[in-house]
Design a protein around this ligand. Structure first.
Ligand SMILES: Cc1ncc(COP(=O)(O)O)c(C=O)c1O
Length: 315
């Protein structure tokens, strides 16, 4: 998935050329991982490009910054407006957006306060995350030997760059062992999440997912799946999940902005259910893609059309 560069990047309120969005090597973020960020999808709908759950993503960014005492000069609404402006400026259709708040060039000590808080936002074209066929065929995954961050170490509820060092260990181990992704347990041995996805289990028609206290990111797609289950009369709970429940589940799937809803067909080479996408996963996928693609009315106001600036013609 190489990055296809676009024309502009948003930096502290201004659109700058892609190649000018540079960070100095002694910036605080480089040594200490002091950044929080978001990953957001803009879908190409029949009504034009529209960003999925934009406000919720920007609110999570604001929350992540607050946890790390980063003074953010922009509100979630202002960042949402900037996101639309960026997609328009780059003349993008479906794309992925990456806002990031980082500690820049200031001081070299661990104390982050002297380093300025910088905000950048980029977007680029992005396809499927876990492989083209994953959506239908499902993916083969393993339980990672790495656990998720223990409570009161690195906050799992903040989407911070530093957390992704843990995610990288999980993902690399899975890949070198021939799996697509790894599922991490928390420090007590209960199921947590994938390196970049939340996890759902289906047993006897009921859906469950680990609660936030099991070191999971409060995924926007996780919330979307829970909401859809409630609407579709599928019983859904947040509950502590022992590892062995995964092997005997009828269905297991990942949720995430990148992974969307991706079925898991095996874990540690143990077939999940009958080893193909299950009916509950398929129903949820169908509803999810109908909403993100604009095929069904946007009853939750989850899509933000990027709009067309005055004077430009609608695409
Ligand atoms: C560790 C982790 N968990 C869960 C998710 C899913 O979150 P969301 O649905 O908001 O993309 C992500 C993706 O950002 C992630 O990186």
């Amino acid at each position: 998935m190489s990055i296809k560069k676009t024309e502009k990047i948003w930096h502290n309120g201004k659109l700058i050329p892609w190649d000018d969005a540079k960070v100095h090597v002694v910036s605080h973020v480089i040594s200490y991982g002091s950044a929080v960020f978001e990953g957001i999808r803009c879908y190409g709908t029949k009504q034009g490009p529209a960003i999925f759950r934009l406000r919720e993503h920007m609110q999570r960014l604001v929350n992540s910054a607050r946890i790390y005492r980063m003074e953010l000069r922009y509100t979630a609404d202002e960042l949402s407006t900037a996101a639309c402006e960026l997609v328009r400026a780059n003349k993008m259709g479906a794309c992925y957006l990456r806002p990031i708040v980082l500690r820049g060039y200031g001081d070299v000590g661990v104390n982050p306060f002297p380093s300025p808080v910088e905000v950048y936002m980029s977007c680029w074209e992005w396809g499927s995350y876990l492989g083209e066929e994953a959506r239908e065929q499902g993916v083969d995954v393993c339980i990672s030997s790495w656990t998720r961050m223990a409570a009161n170490t690195l906050p799992a509820m903040a989407k911070s760059a530093a957390n992704y060092m843990n995610s990288q260990l999980i993902r690399m181990e899975a890949m070198v062992n021939g799996y697509v992704e790894g599922i991490a347990l928390d420090s007590n041995g209960y199921v947590s999440e994938g390196s970049g996805e939340n996890l759902f289990v289906v047993s006897d028609g009921a859906v469950c997912t680990p609660p936030l206290a099991n070191s999971v990111l409060p995924g926007i797609t996780r919330n979307t799946v829970i909401t859809l289950c409630r609407e579709m009369d599928i019983p859904v709970t947040e509950q502590v999940i022992p590892r062995e429940l995964l092997y005997i589940a009828d269905e297991v799937f990942f949720s995430g902005t990148a992974a969307e809803i991706t079925p898991i067909r095996s874990i540690d080479r143990v077939k999940i259910g009958s080893g193909v996408r299950g009916p509950v996963t398929a129903r949820l996928q169908e509803e999810f893609f109908a909403l993100t693609g604009g095929a069904k009315p946007d009853r939750h106001a989850w899509l933000t059309p990027i709009g067309v600036p005055a004077g430009a013609s609608a695409r």
